[in-house]
Design a protein around this ligand. Structure first.
Ligand code: TRP
Length: 337
């Protein structure tokens, strides 16, 4: 029997866990658990690459872990990156096999350095930000992952990961690392409810994104104030209305979606009714998440212990890889003659 293929993906404990991130990644991760062996990392070391507050990071890491479990990720599939220092060891080794120019080409580095500059005078563009994709390569290769579900924005980082793996294999003359493949899935595009021409994102600010764990009242309020149009669109669908339709479908209300689409075509669509249906769909989709979250929060200690122990189990996989890699690279291991 061949063992199931391994899937790996990671998420940073930064920003608000909003509907865009849920539909864009987490929902898909939950489903993949049925078919593959899955490892999902909360990458707090990556969160250090942008200006951040150390006093808030620990809480953000746990909060994200709880939220992910509440959404349906199995605690045994979750690990916390900083508890597995082997990621850092492997990333150093990979840093010594990666060209300076290769990293300079990364579009995310360019975007994020611009963001740092815009933040103000004492913020620095760090070498951590520059070598971030190398740490990402280590996250993936350390577990010999076959598939990496990522968004298009991560395609370049995955290509670098494959290059590093190929280079390592070539250097050592062994097909040691699996060349991981991206898993791109069809995902609903969710736009900001305040500016539907821009993607829903935490960095735009609170009124632009809907927190996955917002109260039903808050959800209703936010959808009610979502931007639509003033009606003078000549029968074309405005970005705001299109976004409401996307949200309706993404939240699973297929029948409502079809019915309202019919109204749109007949020119009888009332935005108020559409909005009500959208908020109802989101409230009911997120209800089990809120319930499960409350259960987790009632015994946080137990959940933390569970995730720490799954991290330890996952760490042993990383340790094996690093031991072998160090040997191949001429480095010493502690327990070795
Ligand atoms: N760079 C990814 C992001 O910003 C997060 C990430 C870190 C990641 N390591 C990874 C994603 C490994 C997939 C695999 O979204």
């Amino acid at each position: 029997m061949t063992s199931p293929k391994r899937v790996l993906s990671c998420i940073q404990p930064t920003g608000n866990l909003h509907l865009g991130r849920y539909f864009g990644a987490i929902q898909n991760w939950v489903g993949l658990q049925e078919k593959y062996e899955c490892l999902y990392g909360i990458v707090d070391l990556h969160a250090m690459t942008m200006p951040y507050d150390p006093k808030k990071l620990t809480a953000a890491t746990w909060e994200l872990a709880f939220n992910l479990v509440a959404c349906g990720l199995k605690p045994e599939n979750i690990f916390i990156q900083s508890l597995i220092p082997e990621h850092i060891e492997l990333s150093w080794i990979f840093n010594c096999m990666t060209g300076f120019g290769e990293l300079g080409k990364m579009t995310q580095f360019k975007d994020k350095s611009r963001q740092v500059q815009e933040k103000g005078s004492d913020a620095q563009i760090t070498s951590g930000l520059y070598t971030y994709p190398v740490l990402q390569a280590a996250d993936i290769l350390i577990y010999r992952a076959d598939y990496v579900p990522v968004g298009k924005d991560q395609e370049q980082h995955l290509e670098l990961t494959r290059n590093i793996a190929g280079r390592f294999n070539h250097r050592t003359g062994k097909p040691y690392f699996v060349l991981p493949e991206p898993l791109f899935t069809e995902i609903p595009k969710v736009m900001s409810t305040a500016d539907p021409t821009r993607k829903m994102s935490a960095s735009l600010g609170e009124k632009h994104n809907i927190n996955l764990f917002a109260s039903p009242e808050k959800i209703v309020k936010q959808i009610r104030s979502a931007v639509t149009d003033t009606g003078d669109t000549n029968g074309l669908m405005s970005p705001g209305v299109e976004n409401l339709f996307s949200l309706l479908k993404a939240a699973g209300a297929e029948d409502d979606h079809a019915a309202f689409m019919q109204h749109f075509e007949n020119g009888t669509l009332r935005y108020g009714d559409l909005k009500q249906a959208v908020s109802e769909a989101i409230v009911s989709m997120t209800e089990p998440f809120r319930d499960r979250k409350a259960e987790i929060l009632a015994d946080k200690k137990a959940m933390k212990a569970q995730i720490r122990s799954s991290t330890q189990r996952i760490r042993s996989l990383a340790q094996e890889t690093v031991r072998e890699v160090k040997e191949m690279m001429g480095l010493l291991n502690v327990r070795q003659a």
